[in-house]
Design a protein around this ligand. Sequence first.
Ligand code: AMP
Length: 230
Amino acid sequence: MTVNGKETANVAQFNLILLGPPGAGKGTQASRIAAEYAVPHISTGDILRSAVKNQTPMGLEAKRYMDAGDLVPDEVVIGIVKDRLQEPDTAGGFLMDGFPRTIPQAEALDAALESLDRAISKTVVILVDEEDLVRRLSGRRICRGCQAPFHLLFNAPKEEGVCDKCGGELYQRDDDTEATVRNRLAIYRKQTEPLIEYYDRAGLVARIDGAKTPDQVYDEIRSALGPAGE
Ligand code: AMP
């Protein structure tokens, strides 16, 4: 397999980035991609929420940014991702969800991968209209136990407030209120959207129409990624 003009050491590597505004359905698609392509799903949001829950020093620092819908400082999330890339389960590839979110994060990821003699294989961008996103995010519920995502309108749990998968309690994230959602979208436009051009320059971007059903979106992603295990 050739990545960025270089032969990669491991032909089966899928070093993937999933990009898109908050509420585009990244979490839902990420679980499916990770399962089919057999790569670990690395969500900096999930790692940070777990640090907040466990009240680690990093979690305590990150919480005030997260509650306001602001970005956690680059050096904190870059440190998280660098550590995560040392874990052996990333050897055959990975799926980054929610990282990178700024140009310095993207540059740090490129540098970290280069030192491991690896490179990004594809950046999947899920595109969704902004008003649609506000509607989607306010109905979102997450399982406290297994982090499975649900939606009161589009993917309602069988029993209200209870996770279909593990029976855990469903909750609304503090950062899913409308004012915070609008702030997160503004930050996305300003800081994260330029990454599409960054990865376009390397010819790595697959644009996916996120307004369709989750199954249709996933079908488009699969066509863009090609068969697993190639
Ligand atoms: P997410 O679940 O990806 O929407 O992330 C939830 C929150 O965690 C974000 O609103 C940020 O406050 C923080 N966060 C997650 N990933 C990053 C990142 N790559 N850079 C900065 N902050 C992040």
